[in-house]
Design a protein around this ligand. Structure first.
Ligand SMILES: [Zn+2]
Length: 528
C-alpha cells in the first residue's frame, strides 16, 4: 500500500517521511546497479535450513503530461504550489476527471506483466488524515483494479524465477511536506510547509505474490520491472527522484516446513542496492531470531544505509481500516475489449522478445543477448550503434567489455557517456577495415571515453593509423631480422613459435601500429 499508511500515528508517519527524505539523498547510483553482471548471491545467511519469502509492492510515477484527475501539468523541482488547482488541492465541490492517458499507461503495464484486464474498474476512496492530503482521502482502487493475475519472468542467469503479479492498480500521489529548521528534520523543525505540486500525480502500484526467494531475486525483479517500464515509455523510472520505489514484505521459514513465518515490511526502498542490502539484513535478522527461539514481531521497518540495518518505524496493526468506498464523484470505468486489444497490439518489443531476436537474427550468444536485452538503455545504445556499422558481435563485445568497466568505475549509465553510438560504430568499422589494431583501438577507445572525440580525430592527432604500407613494413622487418639472427635460425630449424617473437618485435618497433597480418605474411615470405 502507499507510504502514507498509518492514519493513527501521524508522528511516526512524519518521522518515517523524514527518514525517507534523508534516505533519498544517500544513493545516487542505485539505478546503475543493473550493470552488475554477477549473479552471485553473496549473502551469508543460513540458506541451508531457512528460506526467505518476499513480496514487493512497487509504486511507479507515470510520466503523463497532466495529473490524474485535473489538468495541472506534472512537475518536478518547480516552485512550490505553482502547478495546482481546486481539484488537486482538494477544495470542497471540485470534481475529478479521469486522465485517459494514465489509464492507457496502466493498461499497458498490466498487459506487459501478463495480467487480465478488468473490463469494469472502479476508483475507491481510501480514507485517512494526513496534512499533505487535504481531502482526507486518497483516490485509489480496491476490489476492481485495472489488472489482476499476471506474472513476470526474472532471468537469474542459471534459472528463471516466475514472479506472480497479484494486481496492478492506479492511484493519486499526495503533496510533499517540507520541514523548516536548521537540519530539515521534523524533530528539529520550527514548522512544516506543504507543496502540492506532486499532489494528484498518477501512480501505478504493482503488487507481487510472495514468490521471491532471495534478496538477489528481489533486485533482479526490480531491474526487470524497470526495464519493462522503460520500454513501455510510461515513466522516466528515475529512482533518485522517487519515480519508482518499492516496499518489501519479508518473512523466513524453515525449508522443510510449510508454516509461514511472521512478516515485516520494509518501506520505501528506492534503489536496487537498498532493496538487496535491506532485504539481506532483514532476512539475516529474522533467521537469527528464529534460531535463538525468539519470535519475529510484525512491524514496519526502514532500511538505513549508513548503518546497513533495518530499524523499527512502528509496530503494525493486524489490518488497516481505511473504510474504502467507491468514489461517488467517479463512475465505474468500462474498458472495452477493443481498446484493450488496440493497446495490446501497440505494445513495444518486450525484453524477452528482444533477447530472442538478438539470438536468432543477430546470432549473439545467450549470455550476450541477455546482457544487452535486459537493460533498456544498453539495448537502445546497441541497436543505434548497429545502424551505423553492422557487426553485432564486435559492438556487443565493446559494450560488454571496456565500455561497461569504464561506466561501472565512473558510476554513470551508457547514455551519460561521451561516446555516441555513431562514434563507437566508426571505431569498430576501423578495426574491421584493418585501419587500426585491437590494441590501438583500446587506447583510442579510452581517449574517446575521456574526451568525447571521434576515433578519427584521435588517430590522426596521435598518428596511430595502422601501417599497412608494405614498403614501410619491409624496411622495419629487415631491420628486425638482422638484429635477431639467432631467433631467425631457431625458426628456420622448425621452431615455429619463433615467428610470433619476431612479429612482436615489429609491433613493438611500430608502437603497435603495424598490421599484424601483413607483418606475419611478409616475415614468412622472407624467412622461407
Ligand atoms: Zn490540479
Amino acid at each position: 500500500m502507499s507510504e502514507y499508511e498509518d492514519k493513527n500515528n501521524i508522528k511516526n508517519n512524519i518521522n518515517n517521511k523524514e527518514k525517507q527524505n534523508s534516505q533519498n539523498n544517500l544513493d545516487n547510483t542505485g539505478n546503475l546497479d543493473n550493470f552488475d553482471d554477477s549473479y552471485k548471491d553473496d549473502n551469508n545467511y543460513d540458506y541451508e535450513s531457512y528460506e526467505p519469502i518476499i513480496g514487493l509492492e512497487t509504486h511507479v510515477e507515470l510520466s503523463t503530461k497532466t495529473k490524474m484527475f485535473c489538468g495541472c501539468k506534472l512537475s518536478f523541482g518547480e516552485s512550490p504550489n505553482t502547478n495546482t488547482c481546486p481539484v488537486c488541492l482538494g477544495h470542497p465541490g471540485s470534481l475529478p476527471v479521469v486522465n485517459k492517458k494514465a489509464i492507457e499507461s496502466a493498461i499497458k503495464i498490466a498487459l506487459a506483466l501478463n495480467c487480465t484486464i478488468n473490463n469494469r474498474t472502479v476508483f475507491h476512496r481510501k480514507n485517512y488524515f494526513y496534512p499533505d492530503m487535504p481531502k482526507n482521502y486518497q483516490i485509489s482502487q480496491y476490489d476492481l483494479p485495472i489488472g489482476v493475475n499476471g506474472y513476470v519472468d526474472v532471468n537469474m542467469g542459471s534459472y528463471t524465477r516466475r514472479v506472480g503479479i497479484t494486481r496492478v492498480h492506479i492511484e493519486e500521489d499526495t503533496g510533499k511536506l517540507i520541514h523548516i529548521g536548521a537540519t530539515g528534520r521534523i524533530s528539529e523543525a520550527n514548522y512544516s510547509i506543504v507543496d502540492f505540486n506532486r499532489a494528484g500525480t498518477p501512480l501505478v502500484e504493482i503488487v507481487t505474490m510472495p514468490d521471491i526467494k532471495s534478496p538477489l531475486e528481489a533486485k533482479q525483479y526490480m531491474i526487470t520491472l524497470r526495464n519493462i517500464l522503460l520500454m513501455l515509455n510510461v515513466s522516466d523510472c528515475n529512482m533518485e527522484e522517487g519515480s519508482i520505489r518499492s516496499d518489501a514484505n519479508v518473512s523466513v521459514k524453515l525449508k522443510k516446513s510449510d508454516k509461514l513465518g511472521t512478516r515485516t515490511e520494509i518501506k520505501n526502498l528506492n534503489s536496487f542496492k537498498f532493496l538487496q542490502k535491506g532485504l539481506e539484513y532483514e532476512v539475516e535478522r529474522q533467521i537469527n531470531i528464529l534460531k535463538s527461539n525468539g519470535k519475529v514481531i510484525q512491524q514496519t521497518r526502514h532500511y538505513d544505509d549508513k548503518t546497513q540495518t533495518t530499524k523499527v518505524l512502528r509496530e503494525k496493526e493486524e489490518a488497516h481500516d481505511y473504510r474504502y468506498f467507491p468514489d461517488p464523484d467517479l463512475v465505474p470505468m468500462l474498458i472495452s475489449s477493443d481498446w484493450i486489444s488496440e493497446i495490446k497490439n501497440s505494445l513495444p518489443e518486450m525484453p524477452y522478445e528482444k533477447e530472442n531476436r538478438y539470438k536468432n537474427t543477430l546470432g549473439l550468444s545467450d549470455y550476450d543477448s541477455s546482457f544487452l536485452a535486459n537493460d533498456y538503455e544498453v539495448s537502445c545504445y546497441f541497436e543505434e550503434t548497429l545502424k551505423y556499422h553492422n557487426n553485432a558481435k564486435a559492438i556487443c563485445n565493446w559494450i560488454m567489455g571496456d565500455f561497461t568497466s569504464f561506466l561501472n568505475k565512473d558510476l554513470i549509465s551508457i547514455n551519460q557517456s561521451k561516446i555516441s553510438p555513431q562514434n563507437l560504430a566508426s571505431l569498430v568499422k576501423m578495426i574491421d577495415d584493418q585501419e587500426i589494431s585491437i590494441k590501438i583501438a583500446k587506447q583510442v577507445f579510452e581517449e574517446m571515453y575521456l574526451t568525447g572525440k571521434t576515433a578519427q580525430e584521435i588517430i590522426s592527432e596521435k598518428n596511430l593509423k595502422q601501417i599497412s604500407n608494405t614498403d614501410e613494413l619491409n624496411a622495419i622487418i629487415d631491420e628486425i631480422i638482422s638484429k635477431n639472427s639467432e631467433v631467425v635460425l631457431q625458426y628456420k630449424s622448425g621452431k615455429t613459435k619463433a615467428l610470433g617473437f619476431l612479429v612482436g618485435k615489429v609491433m613493438a618497433k611500430t608502437q603497435g601500429k603495424a598490421n599484424p597480418k601483413i607483418v606475419n605474411d611478409i616475415l614468412i615470405k622472407k624467412l622461407s
